[in-house]
Design a protein around this ligand. Structure first.
Ligand code: SAJ
Length: 415
């Protein structure tokens, strides 16, 4: 088959990864059909709107001739970009969405089609799990092509990174890898590296595990520094002046749909991974540590306290609150009888009510910064102080300008 024959692409999953990929492909010459099982998502996109915010996404959608629907149709290439959540009882990858995407594809699969799995999966999943479903089409892999091309773009800079990052493409065989390479090279300006499938699956997981373990190390340093009465932020800043040291930032824990899960996918079929699991434990326990710091500031038993959480997103400057450390912190605080009010200028979809700023701080005993939204820096502590019952600030991200808050009469504690 000539590689230039792959002209039509069907992208399954129009979320934070699938939609940008689909739009980049349309804007670079492919005819693309978007498929999502969520009718609401499909309707929003077909009305010319984006279901979530990402820099440059609305512009790409505005320029594209692109429709979405809930059903798969014949295409030359199928890209699976569905979530792989964590199956919490066994702490393993929950492959149900990957499975149903493959089930939707196989009745439409033709000889010489290419199927690309973008979703993050444990090593071996493509070969052991996805290919057998596709082979229900009556075709054997080799008659159709298969590649795993894990996504590496960071939410908040997705489009920039999709274009500029290097990519790793793992092919079932050489031709599969080369065909996938052709698809991505229509818009990727970084280098594309061709490997086998299992290696590509593994590389994706060790990238995120590397970040998780390093965040855990920063969180452990922060707790040791607290015991010694040392300012961790100054410590890290100066340690990072060393040419071979790059310590990450401590914080209230690791949220989102990737970093907190992928280390578990890496070790689920391995006999090793003690450090990786310990790092998970350290990061998962950070909301408990934040609560401990809070209860040194206010006494839940005495004061019937009200606490305001600033930022429930899983990280700064995003509206995404999936697996946010704020949620765990709020639940722990509730168990201690602390009333929580949430303020977040970006998040709309959250388990607890999001209030306006004034309402969230009225009569509050402490503000706890959880997500590091830059806009929080513009808030005037003078104005807030007047509305609060006690002027306390706990900044778990070292985000705010603490001198201003101290000047406004606040007691300030930084993680
Ligand atoms: N965090 C810290 N300290 C830090 C950095 C992050 O506490 O120094 C926290 C964040 O606040 C957040 C969590 O970690 O709660 C994860 O945020 P992140 O910005 O590190 O990563 P994600 O989950 O938004 O995106 C990651 C990226 N992976 C790497 O940087 C290795 C991205 O490139 C991946 O494409 C993405 O996971 C994914 O989809 O796998």
């Amino acid at each position: 088959m000539k590689q230039g024959n792959l002209k039509t692409i069907c992208v399954l999953g129009l979320g934070h990864i699938g939609l940008p990929i689909a739009l980049l492909l349309v804007n670079n010459g492919y005819e693309v059909l978007g498929v999502d099982i969520n009718e609401n998502t499909v309707n929003i996109i077909n009305n010319g709107e984006t279901p979530f915010n990402e820099i440059g996404l609305a512009e790409l959608l505005g320029r594209a001739k692109f429709t979405a629907q809930t059903e798969v149709e014949e295409a030359d290439v199928f890209i699976i970009a569905v979530p792989t959540p964590l199956e919490k009882s066994m702490m393993v990858a929950d492959l149900r969405y990957v499975e149903s995407a493959a089930e939707m594809i196989y009745p439409h699969l033709r000889r010489e089609n290419l199927v690309i799995l973008e979703s993050t999966v444990p090593p071996g999943t493509g070969e052991r799990f996805v290919i057998p479903i596709l082979e229900k089409s009556g075709l054997s892999v080799g008659e159709f092509y298969f590649a795993h091309c894990p996504e590496r773009a960071i939410p908040g800079r997705t489009i920039y990174e999709m274009i500029n990052n290097d990519r790793v493409v793992g092919g079932f065989d050489r031709i599969s890898a080369e065909l996938a390479n052709n698809v991505y090279s229509s818009f990727v300006q970084g280098e594309i590296h061709l490997v086998d499938m299992k290696t590509a699956e593994f590389i994706k997981l060790i990238e995120n595990t590397h970040r998780d373990v390093n965040i855990a190390l920063a969180n452990e340093f922060a707790q040791i520094a607290e015991e010694f009465g040392i300012d961790i932020w100054e410590g890290i800043e100066l340690a990072n002046k060393h040419p071979r040291v790059n310590i990450l930032r401590p914080g209230p824990g690791v949220g989102g749909h990737c970093i907190a899960l992928d280390p578990l996918f890496l070790v689920e079929n391995s006999t090793k991974g003690r450090m990786i699991l310990l790092a998970r434990e350290i990061n998962d326990s950070m909301p408990n540590h934040v609560l401990e710091l809070l209860t040194n500031i206010i006494d839940p038993l005495k004061e019937d306290p009200i606490v305001t959480v600033f930022g429930v997103a899983y990280k700064g400057d995003t509206s995404d609150a999936r697996e946010s450390p704020a949620l765990k912190f709020i639940e722990l605080a509730h168990n201690q009888g602390i009333k929580i009010r949430c303020y977040d200028p970006y998040v709309e979809d959250f388990q607890y009510e999001i209030l306006g700023l004034d309402e969230a701080v009225k009569d509050s005993d402490c503000i706890v910064v959880i997500a590091d939204h830059k806009v929080f820096r513009d808030i005037s502590p003078q104005k807030l102080g007047k509305m609060m019952r006690s002027k306390n600030l706990l900044d778990t991200r070292n985000l705010l300008c603490h001198e201003n808050w101290i000047e406004a009469g606040f007691k300030v504690k930084v993680l």
